[in-house]
Design a protein around this ligand. Structure first.
Ligand SMILES: C[S@@+](CC[C@H](N)C(=O)[O-])C[C@H]1O[C@@H](n2cnc3c(N)ncnc32)[C@H](O)[C@@H]1O
Length: 265
């Protein structure tokens, strides 16, 4: 008699999912199964009282919620310009793009960085918010694919938002050349490039030192992607983290180093 194997049904279900479903689906099933097995795998990690976050934002903001930009020229904007081969679901949900841009606006950000700009759905929103603030603000956006940056830049200029200081940066966020080309600290950083734990964790190590003392780090896909969730779990002792559910269930998290705020009250 062979050794008794426990959870045989679960194992077969997972193998079947692995062999037949697309990656996002089998990862979701495997994750749910891990939770069912009581592995103490935490779905989403957060440790920041929402009201404390908004109080902090209020303290740091030069603008009020009442004045937020309307972004109306961005409604129904075609970011793809006929490039139907591009995977449209890579674009952030409109509510995420607005959220990122609104935080830039409220913080009166002088310098903003987005990693993984793709065709510029969020980049244009940030550009819109920075333009509404006025002055020579800096927007850096990074992508490995030059054609995505070209399209993002094209979209920004079509919308007449190119009076800002724009810095499209082509290359991998994990390469030394990229970090050494960023000659500034950032009031707001939005990470949306690496999504697996090893890659994102490296990005966090690389970019976090570039966050200005009053800055906020935003990370996309912090609900849907297990690697992103695990990175947040790894930051729990050193950072205040607040997660927001978003329209496509991707999620976005606001992260503030604890060293920057001794007491939230
Ligand atoms: C999910 S899309 C980003 C969507 C975009 N932020 C938005 O708000 O619409 C991810 C992008 O990250 C880029 N990317 C992935 N890994 C990268 C890396 N290590 N360095 C730079 N760009 C990367 C991809 O080329 C892709 O355009």
């Amino acid at each position: 008699m062979g050794r008794h194997i426990s959870g045989i049904r679960t194992r077969f279900r997972l193998i079947k999912a692995l062999m037949t479903l697309k990656t996002t689906k089998w990862v979701e099933i495997a994750t749910a199964e891990l939770e069912n097995q009581d592995t103490h795998y935490r779905s989403v990690y957060g440790n920041l009282n929402p009201i404390d976050f908004f109080k902090l934002l209020n303290k740091r903001a030069n603008k009020s919620l009442k004045e937020l930009p309307a972004y109306s020229i961005l409604n129904n904007f075609d970011y793809f310009k006929g490039n139907r081969d591009l995977n449209q679901v890579w674009s952030a949900e409109p509510d995420v793009s607005r959220f990122v841009a609104d935080i830039a606006f409220l913080l009166d950000a002088q310098t903003v960085l987005e990693t993984g700009s793709f065709v510029g759905a969020t980049t244009t929103h940030i550009a819109y918010a920075l333009s509404a603030l006025g002055g020579k603000r800096k927007l850096y956006f990074v992508d490995v694919e030059q054609r995505f940056l070209d399209l993002a830049l094209h979209n920004i200029s079509t919308l007449g938002l190119n009076a800002l200081d724009l810095y499209p940066v082509c290359g991998s966020t994990l390469s030394d050349a990229i970090i050494s080309s960023l000659h500034t600290n950032f009031d707001l950083m939005f990470l949306d490039s690496e999504h697996v734990e090893t890659g994102l964790w490296k990005e966090i190590q690389i970019f976090l030192p570039k966050l200005s003392p009053k800055g906020i780090l935003l990370i996309h896909d912090s609900i849907r992607w297990p690697g992103v969730r695990r990175c947040l779990l790894r930051m729990q002792d050193t950072h205040h983290i607040l997660n927001f559910a978003t329209s496509n269930r991707n999620g976005v998290s606001a992260i503030i180093p604890k060293s920057c705020i001794k007491d939230f009250k």
